[in-house]
Design a binder for this molecule. Sequence first.
Ligand code: SAH
Length: 241
Amino acid sequence: MRKALVFIFLILIFFLFIIIYEDDEIDQRDDYREKRQSMVLNQLRSRDIVDPEVLQAMLTVPRHQFVDEHIRDSAYNDYPLSIGEGQTISQPYIVALMTQILELKGGEKVLEVGTGSGYQAAVLAEIVKEVYTVEIYDSLSKTSESLLSNLGYKNIHFKIGDGYYGWGEHAPFDAIIVTCAPDHIPPPLLQQIKEDGGRIVIPVGGIWMTQALMKIEKVGGQIKSKGITGVRFVPMVGHNR
Ligand code: SAH
């Protein structure tokens, strides 16, 4: 009889533990969803992010999963965060702005240079058909590849290498986004966008200065470029330095 009571007691404790644990998970998920909503409202909509596809993608991608556990609570704040190897995940507004500049409609093939945490790749993957992303540090590439596959993304393709040279096998791309700063526009990237309507968004400039965020467009094979705003990105290493 006593044994049976102890057994029932243990079963009860077990279920209580499961209920408390699950509640906690739901609380956390809701907490992050709220933070994400407020990020979209206060950091993106209140500035100049109006593209509905971009706003929806920023609302969907769980940014807190892309940073270390001890800084998760800051994941939705209005600044960049460290992701290891001396690299950073860009401020949410800059991710949204660069994505919006590319004027994506869905169905495109996009190249990203600088996979980093994989966050920008996920935002792109929510909108376009295929994302190709190149990262020079193999540890960063491998970590983000396993995270993005755990999150269920099937349209992101990874390469470890020097993104200065783009990814020729899959060119031409509708668009290229560069998330590290070279001191000049890499000629291979200019060659790898479509002759008509291909575009690149890229920060260009030296390490210790504010870089210029540029939009480059090819129209009928001709290059047009314009400066958007000043930004600070980590430098492009490899061939460029
Ligand atoms: N897009 C990333 C942010 C990247 S930070 C994100 O959403 O988290 C810039 C990244 O560019 C770093 O991971 C850095 O290692 C990478 N990088 C620097 N030079 C590179 C090069 N030549 N080719 C490819 N990646 C490069």
